[in-house]
Design a protein around this ligand. Sequence first.
Ligand code: UN1
Length: 498
Amino acid sequence: MIDLRESALTALKSCGVEAAALTGTLSVRTPLTGAELLSVRQTEDVGAVVSAAHAAYQEWRTVPAPVRGALVKRLGQLIGEHKDDLATLVTLEAGKIRSEALGEVQEMIDVCDFAVGLSRQLYGRTMPSERPGHRLMETWHPLGVVGVISAFNFPVAVWSWNTAIALVCGDAVVWKPSEKTPLTALACTALVDRAIAELHAPKDLHRTVIGGREVGEALVDSPLVPLVSATGSTRMGREVGPRVAARFGRTLLELGGNNAAVVTPSADLDLATRAIVFAAAGTAGQRCTTLRRLIVHTSVADELLGKLTTAYGKLPIGSPLDAGTLVGPLIDEAAYENMTAALDAARKDGGEVLVGGGRREIDGDGYYAEPSIVRMPSQTDIVRTETFAPILYVLTYETLDEAIALHNDVPQGLSSGIFTRDQQEAERFLAADGSDCGIVNVNIGTSGAEIGGAFGGEKETGGGRESGSDAWRAYMRRATNTVNASGQLLLAQDVSFL
Ligand code: UN1
């Protein structure tokens, strides 16, 4: 039996976390057993941290972007060197199985690579001016301090998407990790600090603030934080959005998902089964991209459900430290209570629980839930609600129009997929009158996106885009420049004056 506390301490020390940070009043529990791992120091003066980061930004913004890229390159190397340590902490704090914990760290390395390339490609456009001897162009400048608020379920990857991009864009970062996962945050912070020291970048360029709601509020309300990038519940986003907007700050919100897949009669059902099980039961249903609704054509529903219930019956549920485990614990007791309440509500609405829903007593006070599949007569309120647990609601359809209408009839709009071998059906799902989500896949589940694409969703998901493609633009400010080299004053729109 490995000592979880010792294992966390070894990983933290190896990443360079100092002992002083590990004595404090915020208790950190592991979902594996429910036991306390360590306790950490909370941040008292968030305002002072933000001011220090702002001063660092003022220096950093004049450093050429490719030179800024060198810092992120070093950060990516350090994360690579500590891949095992970071994955261990992700497993201990968030309960992920080894392969998913390593996958999360790989996302960090990938986004650092992406950001390094980007540091030479922060392109502005040159537009044809209507006036002779004039140049019309745009320049992208650093924005300021970016406040990053992250959730327990991707305790490090989501931070890295924001931080790697913000740093090459010339911004400083103040990070407020989830209170449930401060250890992974301290480990990442120690690695960034090391990269900053080695590259002689301003020392307060990246700061981490630890604590509860008040700490997040201080970031949200600070006029020195022009962009708040927040990942979490829709409830949290509903508070953060208007507060930041009231001071004319920007937000980048990644909130709830209620992701669905449509399975059509031509689908490869074996491929669909594997994709669905990973997307719905993987990470114990605790990704914002987790598959929560299945919309199946009536002609293949029984066959697909047979395959899915068989696969669910064999899913190895257990400690993520055991090599064969595929489903680890929920984050805490409250998460299991939410799951049970959702299943009760679904039953009341006429749902039939085909499999799962119980708790397995695996280790101490860990909440190990059996992933569940529930056949629903219609898309009732509980189906339209995101419950952060492994529950897959199943609905059936007759026509693709009906499937798409059901698919879009939820308040959230993050990720979606269609399983089909019919190109017309696939194209319809991808089209303007198809899925209304930010992520729309064909023959792939809803979770497990690559970092190269822009990540985010519509409606109550919040509308933000992070990570790849041109998501970097949110982290910079655009200046439009007109330069007159004609020697004459020519007014636009042919206006005459003076
Ligand atoms: C999240 O759950 O907050 O696409 C992010 C995925 C991961 C990221 C999920 N790359 O599932």
